[in-house]
Write a protein that binds this ligand. Structure first.
Ligand code: SF4
Length: 622
């Protein structure tokens, strides 16, 4: 077993109430690492040949909950949640910062593969003694804040009773879902630490489909051995010196971007992306700090960057609401995208998403879509039961609750933006897909492409994770020799640590010191990174069972991005179809895919993926 790994995985079948410990050979770990990479490999091996018939919300789907070899060592520990996505029908590696990943490793496990469906609501309790299936009927239906409180008290009591000689147990760490996941809302997140979410992909709904409310971990063992402990220590000292010197990020987190991205880059979603520019100086970390921050430096495990800030509304109608900052994405999606420019309302909407268990990016994208339909008179007061005007936080609160409960129009919007657009088009007899800002079913992150100052113009169109802004498709240039930021994002998701905390010139040395694998960036980008993306691409195109994507039609930007920006310094600018098409082809070629973006037989052979050739052949014929 390579160093950095605990050495065991858990296989949990909730239908049969069967739990087994498994090991994964070192050769596989070297080729896929952990997190996103290993999820893709395991999902292909176990489900790949019947992929198109697997219902993401059916018992056959596998929810993967994985750490990676750098989890617990690299600053900023995260957990990577994956499976067949109920939004894209492909695979997304969704990560969230949490100590849960460290507790899991300290309990002796690198990850969990969960299949089946429990007959009643359950949670998993993982300790040094193994994994148990526990009754969760008493927390089913509870909002996230209550779920955490109840499970914390309950698990501490159980462990104290079982091992009284240890004394009072400190609180465990957990991942969980809210009512959104329970009700199979496709934009539901898997959440942790009250305010963190693995949002992209809709894995909260996958967890809900298995009647699985939470996974709680408390490990008492140390982290696994490393290959060169002294070097790890030296490198981490250097890491922390560097991280602590990143003053702006440390002081404001990504929240500093709330004003800057909208005003300077003109790439922030406003009113469902009808605009991308604003000059609202009330938005953003520097304005929120005095008003809301009750904890100005908060971090995930082993991270001196401490970019998180806890906000609490101190008075008024939303008094007591708690969220983190909000970070840039939720300043945008729970703020400007809903026409909300009032800071209290922005913090409230972000806290609401956390508590209902919705992904703040994805679900708020759907709410913005609904509000635009209301603005255009396509959805009416009769459809909603209330007026839905831009900036009205009360109305958006009602809408979020309708979605979570799947009531009235909420039942349609709970399907995510794209599926809701298809249904509303049918219902109203008018094509509303043009207002759906998604790529392959995944709502687009809060970074626009039209101004040309932020993300580049085909980064979403060719992305194997659709609209996910954390891992956009690269813009390859002959000079970069295939070392692309996209593949470094795949590395962070597979070694499983926080991308914000990476120190590029130290990370490969740290990888060597932890694992003993002398792997360099070039090798990762040429071999492992491409292997993972290629496998993800194939499974995305195999898709199904309800929606299938075709490269010609669906490797594209949302239609909105071809409309000229109506306001701001980049007024009139838009993505250009011919440029996007050309860049897409360049990307396909650079990554070893054919003209249509289907991996070539030669590339599959080079990557050791011959076993998927049979499925890929079918895609080439379509
Ligand atoms: S950089 Fe911020 S988000 Fe990342 S691990 Fe550190 S505190 Fe968490």
């Amino acid at each position: 077993m390579p160093r950095g790994y605990a050495g065991k995985f858990l296989d949990v079948d909730l239908t049969r109430e069967k739990i087994e410990e498994t090991e994964i050979p070192e050769e596989i770990l070297y080729r896929y690492f952990g997190g996103r990479g290993l999820a893709v490999k395991v999902l292909w091996d176990r489900l790949g040949r019947k992929w198109s018939s697997i219902d993401p919300l059916g018992p056959e789907n596998i929810l993967t909950v994985l750490t990676g070899p750098l989890t617990g060592f690299h600053p900023g520990s995260r957990i990577c949640v994956s499976g067949k996505s109920p939004l894209s029908n492909g695979i997304v590696g969704a990560t969230a910062g949490t100590e849960f990943a460290v507790e899991l490793k300290c309990a002796g496990y690198d990850g969990i593969f969960i299949t089946g469906k429990a007959s009643n609501p359950v949670y998993l309790l993982i300790t040094d003694d193994g994994c148990e299936i526990m009754d969760a009927s008493h927390i089913w239906g509870k909002i996230c804040e209550e779920t955490i409180k109840i499970l914390n008290t309950e698990v501490k009591r159980i462990l104290t009773k079982r091992k009284p000689r240890i004394g009072l147990w400190r609180e465990p760490s957990m991942i969980y879902i809210g009512p959104a996941g329970e009700n199979l809302v496709r934009t539901a997140a898997v959440l942790t630490k009250l305010v963190h979410a693995a949002g992209y992909g809709g894995y909260g709904a996958v967890m809900g489909s298995k009647n699985l409310k939470a996974i709680v971990a408390k490990g008492r063992g140390p982290l696994p051995d490393t290959a060169a402990p002294k070097t790890v220590e030296i490198l981490l000292n250097e890491y922390h010196k560097r991280l602590i010197s990143r003053v702006r990020m440390r002081q404001w987190g990504t929240g500093y971007a709330g004003y800057a991205v909208g005003a300077n880059l003109s790439s922030e979603p406003i009113r469902n992306w009808q605009e991308e520019w604003h000059d609202e100086r009330n938005i953003g970390g520097p304005k929120y700090s005095a008003r809301f921050w009750v904890k100005p430096y908060w971090a995930d495990f082993n991270c001196t960057l401490s970019c998180m800030k806890i906000s609490c509304i101190k008075s008024g109608r939303w008094k007591g609401d708690i969220t983190d900052m909000p970070d840039y994405e939720l300043e945008a999606y729970c703020g400007t995208n809903l026409g909300i420019f009032n800071p209290e309302d922005n913090v409230h909407m972000s806290a609401l998403m956390d508590n209902l268990g919705l992904s703040g990016i994805n679900a708020a994208n759907t709410m913005g879509f609904a509000a635009e339909l209301y603005q255009r008179g396509i959805l009416t007061k009769e459809d909603l039961g209330f007026e839905l005007k831009w900036g009205d936080a009360e109305a958006f609160t009602k809408l979020a609750n309708l979605i979570v409960k799947r009531e009235k129009i909420g039942n349609i919007l709970a399907e995510g933006t794209y599926r809701a657009a298809l249904k509303i088009s049918e219902m109203k007899g008018i094509d509303v897909t043009r207002y759906a800002v998604h790529v392959k079913g995944i709502e687009v992150g809060a970074h626009g492409i039209r101004s040309g100052k932020d993300f580049h113009d085909k980064c979403y169109a060719a992305n194997v994770q659709g609209g996910d802004h954390t891992s956009p498709a690269a813009d390859p240039s002959p000079k970069d020799a295939g070392v692309w930021t996209e593949l470094n994002a795949v590395f962070a998701d597979s070694a499983v640590f926080c991308m914000f905390a990476v120190v590029p010139d130290l990370v490969w040395e740290l990888t060597y010191a932890v694992t003993g694998w002398r792997i360099k960036e070039e090798e990762w980008c040429r071999e492992q990174g491409r292997r993972i993306i290629t496998l993800q691409r194939v499974l995305l195109l195999l898709g199904g069972p309800d929606i299938f994507w075709t490269p010609e039609k669906d490797d594209d930007n949302p239609r909105r991005f071809y409309e000229p920006l109506p306001t701001g310094p980049y007024k009139g600018k838009a993505a250009e179809k011919t440029v996007v098409e050309r860049k897409k082809k360049e990307y396909y070629k650079a990554i070893g895919w054919d003209e249509r973006g289907i991996p070539t037989e030669e590339e599959l052979r080079r990557l050791g993926l011959e076993d998927i050739e049979k499925e890929v052949k079918k895609l080439r014929k379509q």
